[in-house]
Design a binder for this molecule. Structure first.
Ligand code: SF4
Length: 460
């Protein structure tokens, strides 16, 4: 019993978080920056912060994640980190030769009041940024928000810097992606390819954090959104922003600066959210939906129909990021499952509203909460009050799954103890099939392992 101290008596907590359902802001900023081609993320803080951010990403993606640090000492903590960052910018361009440095702050540099914008401007006037090179920045104080906030802040920083409005409209769509896997980014591009839509996907971590073994080390892999692509976003026809928490700020910034109108949609997880995504794509790009995509939808519908008996009425507990939890909850409801417990460490008032809309009629017994006290401890307490048939979320749920003997599907960030997420998408109709396969595998494995001998079934 790894979590034997968890009690089933839920008490109101105001300041204490136990096993948070989130991680720190700069991890998200770093992940977003890695989705730009030729970009080196830079952590403005202590070496320890940078090591943690890098290792969190490396352990999930099983790829080396490069990033630089301002390497704060006691002196910088007292007198400010400006001189460290100025020196770092000069050194990085000279030694590592990136096209872009993406600087994010940390708890420490935010607390002492370092102004990243002012320091980057000084780096420019001091001649530390070579011609044709760029430094972008985003504030990521980790004592508020979560990794999703950091992702959103860096995406906003990118969009405020590169897209440029000219008088020439380009026949292309901007797709701002929320925090999803490289495999999902590839899937978004595949879908837009099937629909023959010219597009710029930002960020794009495919071919950055899922690179093939070639025998040669590439500090800047071939993937990532390029500078010309990002500049051209200011002249696009429309922006489609996927996942409100991660992309809304960037979509608004792009609309404000370049007057590119945007449509906000959920991440396309499950049937209905993917339907809305495909319809939105079709509308903003003025194209019809090809038969190949309708066929994929039909395959997912067929599988749901065939397997409904194993899913009906199953009680599910899930945790993670709001952008994923909202469409996933909708997907579970559409399969007549019961998402009874939902927590997210990422704050945001809309979470409660969206969850209420989804759950109040179709699963009125559901409990859901987000913000700092919506942690794994609370979820475990709810599970102890009344059990569930399935647990879905990142690797940290394995302790609850083990103690309570619950089938467990790994989804979200981070997944530290399994592979597959970098290669097999969970977005779109085909991604829906993957989610369904993962759920069914766990449910059927549990049934096979626990049912009496005379009930063992050879065939589904
Ligand atoms: S100190 Fe703040 S920025 Fe650094 S690792 Fe901890 S939470 Fe993240």
């Amino acid at each position: 019993m790894l979590l034997r101290h968890t009690t089933d008596k839920v008490k109101e907590r105001k300041a204490l978080t136990v096993n948070p359902a989130k991680t720190c802001q700069p991890v998200g900023a770093m992940y977003a920056a890695l989705g730009i081609h030729g970009c080196l993320p830079h952590s403005h803080g202590s070496q320890g912060c940078c090591s943690y951010h890098r290792s969190a990403l490396t352990r999930h993606y099983k790829e080396p994640v490069m990033a630089a640090t301002s390497s704060f000492t006691e002196g910088s903590s007292v007198f400010g980190g400006q001189s460290n960052l100025l020196q770092a910018i000069g050194n990085i361009f000279q030694i590592y030769e990136p096209d872009i440095i993406a600087v994010h702050s940390t708890c420490l540099s935010e607390t002492i009041g370092d102004d990243l914008g002012q320091i980057v401007t000084k780096a420019k006037t001091d001649g530390k940024i070579p011609e044709g090179k760029h430094v972008i920045q985003a504030p990521t104080p980790s004592y508020v928000g979560s990794h999703v906030t950091g992702y959103a802040n860096m995406l906003e920083g990118i969009v405020k810097y590169f897209p440029t409005k000219t008088d020439k409209l380009i026949n292309q769509i901007n797709l701002l992606s929320g925090w999803v896997e490289p495999s999902d980014m590839k899937e978004l591009k595949r879908i837009m390819g099937l629909m023959k839509i010219n597009n710029v996907l930002l960020p794009d971590t495919s071919d950055v954090l899922d690179t093939p073994m070639t025998g040669k080390y590439a500090m800047y892999p071939k993937g990532g959104t390029t500078i010309p692509e990002m500049v051209s976003m200011g002249d696009s026809l429309h922006t489609l922003a996927l996942g409100e928490w991660a992309t809304n700020k960037a979509a608004i910034a792009l609309d404000n600066s370049c007057k590119v109108a945007f449509t906000q949609e959920d991440l396309p997880i499950g049937i209905k959210a993917t339907d809305r995504f495909i319809q939105a794509l079709s509308k903003v790009a003025g194209v019809s939906v090809p038969e190949s995509i309708s066929d994929e939808r039909g395959k997912l519908m067929d599988l749901i129909t065939d397997m409904h008996q194993y899913l009906y009425g199953k009680r599910v507990a899930l945790y993670g990021d709001p952008d994923q939890l909202i469409p996933l909850t909708e997907f579970l409801l559409d399969m007549d499952m019961k998402p009874v417990y939902i927590v997210s460490g990422t704050p945001g008032k809309k979470f409660e509203k969206r969850m209420s809309e989804l759950l109040s009629e179709r699963c009125p017994e559901a409990k859901f909460k987000n913000g700092p006290q919506a942690d794994m401890f609370l979820m475990h307490q709810w599970i102890k009050e009344e059990g569930v048939d399935l647990l879905m979320g990142n690797t940290y749920g394995k302790y609850i799954a083990r103690d309570e003997n619950i089938p467990f599907v790994r989804m979200g960030f981070p997944i530290l103890d399994r592979v597959g997420h970098s290669y097999f998408p969970t977005l779109g109709y085909m991604g829906g099939i993957r989610i369904l396969e993962k759920m069914l595998n766990e449910i059927m494995n549990y049934q096979d392992a626990t049912c009496p001998d005379e009930k063992v079934e050879l065939t589904m």
